[in-house]
Design a protein around this ligand. Structure first.
Ligand SMILES: Nc1ncnc2c1ncn2[C@@H]1O[C@H](COP(=O)(O)OP(=O)(O)OP(=O)(O)O)[C@@H](O)[C@H]1O
Ligand SMILES: [Mg+2]
Length: 358
């Protein structure tokens, strides 16, 4: 990890990273691989066929509906709309025609009323400075829309309807249930699916080739397993690992496991075995050790879930009680609860189920 942090200005990818960025000056600029390999056109977006088909049609001149993209992280939502906007308007008009607001911007009701409304009301012409035709509308991208308040979302309803002549909205979120119904019904909804292993493998291999990274098949399999269809995570693991390894060595599975913070299988088994001892003191020691070793409680939880679901020594009733507790612990962790206390609560439930449940 240290090497990764220090390696900001060196590494095998330096020359290529610079050459692929046309705007870079002689000053060497290292671009994170997730940015460098972000799809530049909608055709580059893998695995999301429906939305790509709709956007391609609008690139050919047909109208574009208001859009709502939702799905897990790292599946191409932001990249898709940015690529489409760039293709529609070209680099010169892009700034004029696209308003991008994400969770880091203030998006309370006042901003929706003023900034968004004002931008939506501007008219838009049909031609680009380079003479090519372009659609007579602007696009407002509201990224991470699930973090917008309900009031702000409500304020959008009327604006969305009134400005359809000049503006299209693209809302992007992870959790579609947090978007109010009147908004979802005004948009064409597209679910972005987690990328499957074949696509991830081919993309990762292409990146490795482009960057001159040597990686063995087992390591690729480990990246796939630890990234769970999230391409951003997969690319980040790959870049961190290649920095850590240095120029001439092969990226191995162990390095990926180390970077991903995966809890080793034996360690997890050991924790479950401790639960069978019915000793609260032993459990306390084991959990403190896991936390001291730097494993994240959320990682323990997700791996434990996979383990519990297929565990044959537990009955269905025991599994359901444990899974219900996992859901509670997951929510508490997301809300910022103490990791030690949450793991203790979870493993105490498992201990009770193993030793006294039926
Ligand atoms: N479908 C895809 N095709 C090609 N590359 C992808 C795809 N999905 C993700 N990527 C890669 O992952 C990176 C992150 O993608 P992006 O920012 O679009 O994810 P996102 O869906 O907006 O995630 P979040 O919900 O976290 O905002 C991109 O830079 C790109 O390299
Ligand atoms: Mg995004």
């Amino acid at each position: 990890m240290q090497a990764f942090l220090k390696g900001g200005t060196s590494g095998p990818s330096k020359d290529k990273a610079v050459s692929s960025d046309s705007s870079s000056s002689s000053k060497a600029k290292i671009i994170p691989w997730v940015e460098k390999y972000r799809p530049k056109t909608v055709e580059d977006v893998a695995h999301q066929d429906e939305v790509v088909a709709v956007l391609k049609k609008s690139l050919e001149g047909s109208d574009l509906p208001n859009l709502l993209f939702y799905g897990p992280p790292g599946t191409g939502k932001t990249s898709t709309i940015l690529a489409a906007a760039r293709q529609l308007f070209g680099p010169e008009l892009y700034r004029e025609r696209v308003l991008e607001l994400n969770a880091s911007d203030e998006r309370g009701i006042s901003v929706i009323r003023e900034k968004v409304k004002k931008f939506a009301q501007l008219t838009a012409g049909r031609a680009r400075p380079d003479g090519k035709p372009c659609p007579p509308f602007k696009i407002i991208v509201l990224d991470e829309a699930d973090s917008m308040t309900k009031d702000a979302q409500s304020a959008l309803r009327r604006t969305m309807e009134r400005e359809t002549k000049t503006t299209r909205f693209c809302l992007i979120c992870n959790y579609v249930s947090r978007i109010i119904e009147p908004i979802t019904s005004r948009c064409a909804k597209f679910r972005f699916k987690p990328l499957d292993d074949d696509i991830l493998t081919s993309r990762l291999k292409a990146i490795c080739e482009g960057e001159g990274v040597d990686i063995d098949d087992k390591a690729v399999a480990t990246v796939l397993k630890s990234s769970e269809g999230d391409m951003r995570k997969a690319i980040m693991f790959l870049q961190s690992a290649s920095r850590l390894c240095g120029k001439d060595s092969t990226v191995s599975s162990d390095i990926i496991l180390d970077i991903a913070g995966v809890v080793p299988g034996e360690r997890l088994e050991q924790l479950i075995a401790t639960c069978s001892s019915d000793s609260y003191e032993d459990l306390d020691v084991a959990i403190r050790e896991v936390i001291m070793d730097g494993f994240a409680a959320s990682q323990v939880l997700s791996q434990l879930h996979d383990n519990i679901v297929i565990n044959e020594s537990l009955s269905d009733k025991q599994k359901s009680i444990i899974c219900e507790k996992m859901a509670e612990v997951d929510k508490s962790l997301m809300d910022g609860a103490d990791e030690y206390l949450q793991l203790m609560a979870l493993f105490s439930t498992i201990m009770t189920q193993i030793c006294h449940g039926n």
